[in-house]
Design a binder for this molecule. Sequence first.
Ligand SMILES: [Zn+2]
Length: 155
Amino acid sequence: MNDVLTIPTGVVNETLASLKAAGVQRHEGVVLWLGRRERAARVTVVEAYVPDQEADDDYFRIPPASMAALLRHLGETNTFLAAQVHSHPREAFHSRADDDWAIVRHLGALSLVVPHFATRTVADTFVTHCAAFRLSERNSWDELSDEDRARTLQV
Ligand SMILES: [Zn+2]
């Protein structure tokens, strides 16, 4: 069964603020949602974690030292990487680089993309505006339908 994520509005607002700040510099941004599993298929997102990142207007990277810091933080906070969220200058889609460089890699992992450097999105419109992709058993990133996205992401 696929996970349903409960995301506090505060976490969405922090995520959007970080993506917008990167967008002001014409850079993509990436925020990692750290969660705790409450029970089977129910995950609560408890933190919007902004890793040290390198980015330009069409890509982002998380360098090895930043990945190591993330792993330490996950251990210290007893959380796991529930989803990654990144911004695009215009349309929200999963690029080839996004497929290859995704930080989340477990089966059922979620990768969300927010269009227009998040400048047109607020917490209330987040789920409508973003595109969401889930890693399948075939190791492909499949886009969620509008219905599936609304069911999976509960702000
Ligand atoms: Zn991308």
